[in-house]
Design a binder for this molecule. Structure first.
Ligand code: HEC
Length: 98
């Protein structure tokens, strides 16, 4: 049980570390965005809150997230993330919220 959990965490770390080329949106989201977006607006999965955001398109939302907005610091406060990581996480949130 414990070992398999560690294995999963390790796999997750490898995915995030090598994310520049093939970002895994869910892994990036879980590690960097979920702590806020599970409970703060715009909450992931809140279709009403996301409708106007989804309409802006993933590229615009990615640019906003890279710059930061309101209470959200640039890249959600994770400067180590590549732009591709941020985009993959935004795509994941959009897919979950429309
Ligand atoms: C410190 C908490 C926090 C973290 C971490 C965080 N966010 Fe946010 N995010 C917010 C808040 C608060 C808003 C609402 C900003 C506003 O409308 O003023 C927001 C808004 C957004 C929006 C909508 C932008 C818009 O145009 O209104 C997107 C997309 C987004 N976040 C994506 C992400 C992604 C992707 C990550 C992880 C890389 C992330 N956020 C991490 C707090 C956070």
């Amino acid at each position: 049980m414990k070992l398999s959990t560690l294995g999963w965490l390790f796999a997750g770390a490898v995915v995030v570390a090598s994310a520049a080329s093939a970002a895994d949106g869910q892994a990036v989201y879980d590690a960097n965005c979920a702590m806020c977006h599970k409970m703060m607006k715009p909450k992931t999965g809140d279709k009403a809150a996301w409708a106007p955001l989804v309409a802006q398109g993933v590229d615009t939302l990615t640019a906003t997230t890279i710059k930061g907005k309101g209470m959200m610091p640039a890249k959600g406060g994770h400067a180590n993330l590549s732009d591709a990581d941020v985009k993959a996480a935004v795509q994941y949130m959009v897919d979950k919220s429309k």
